[in-house]
Design a protein around this ligand. Structure first.
Ligand SMILES: CC(C)NC[C@H](O)COc1ccc(S(N)(=O)=O)cc1
Ligand SMILES: [Zn+2]
Length: 258
């Protein structure tokens, strides 16, 4: 099937041949007119405690801002979710140029970057690692970034990036409220999908915000200054760290709005 070739061609991610079934893979194209309004979808409730922020690190795929997930201090609840989910980390995917970079597309349109806020179901599972393996284990909020006005909240992150230029570097980052990166418009799409990097497990309830946030060119360029490579290795710029689109197969995308 063509998507197997697409994955096999993309060096960064394993082919689905290693994923049993592979019927709910991410990312996907969201065809606006095919999404189905679900009046029973609740508003998504986001409650983050900025003091749970721990550090920023470059893991060689993206840069992650990780949170203390030993309590229910930073959680989301409602929306399509049966339980509340704990914030574990957030990270981004972006392109070498502004024409592409997001993982999901809307009516086949790419955004220059996409933010993922990763949460896990600590009501049902004892650890993140276990939740990663279960169908209702994770909930990831996707937010598109578009080129536009300077984003004040993002700038505090951008200012810290030079300190994590190389793979496996980390700096302390002790107070940050990721709510400032989420559009106030409540509208979202939701569908059942997977992690977009290994282990690619089909454990994610995706919640994709309809409205993008605006960031400026300098802020996108700051992402592109990061490196996939460790200090001392031949430098490879961290760009195009997004997975190819995956087939929708037997899934519907629901919208919280008409
Ligand atoms: C040891 C294993 C469980 N670690 C898993 C690793 O943290 C990967 O976690 C993730 C978490 C989120 C995503 S995405 N781009 O779909 O939001 C991808 C991989
Ligand atoms: Zn991601």
């Amino acid at each position: 099937c063509s998507y197997r070739l697409r994955n096999a061609l993309h060096p960064l991610w394993q082919s689905p041949l290693s994923i049993p079934g592979g019927s709910r893979q991410s990312p996907i194209n969201i065809q606006w007119r095919d999404s189905i309004y679900d009046p029973f979808l609740k508003p998504l409730k986001i409650c983050y405690d900025p003091t749970t922020c721990l550090h920023i690190w470059n893991n060689g795929y993206s840069f992650l801002v990780e949170f203390d997930d030993s309590t229910d201090k930073s959680i989301i609840v409602g929306g399509p979710l049966e339980n509340q989910y704990r914030l574990k980390q957030f990270h981004f995917h972006w392109g070498a140029i502004n024409e592409w970079g997001s993982e999901h597309t809307v009516d086949s349109k790419f955004y220059p970057a996409e933010l993922h806020l990763v949460h896990w179901n600590a009501v049902v599972y004892p650890t993140f690692e276990e939740a990663v393996m279960e169908g209702n284990g994770l909930a990831v909020i996707g937010v598109f970034l578009k080129l536009g006005a300077h984003h004040e909240g993002l700038q505090t992150l951008v200012d810290a990036l030079p300190a994590v230029k190389h793979k496996d570097t980390v700096i302390e980052f002790d107070v940050f409220d990721p709510s400032c990166l989420i559009p106030s418009c409540p509208d979202y799409w939701t569908y059942a999908g997977s992690l977009t990097t290994p282990p690619l497990t089909e454990s994610v309830t995706w919640i994709i915000k309809k409205k993008p946030i605006e960031v400026d060119e300098n802020q996108l360029e700051a992402f592109r200054m990061l490196l996939f490579t460790s200090d001392g290795e031949e430098e490879k710029r961290m760009v195009d760290n997004f997975r190819p689109l995956q087939p929708l197969m037997n899934r519907t995308v629901r919208s919280s709005f008409q």
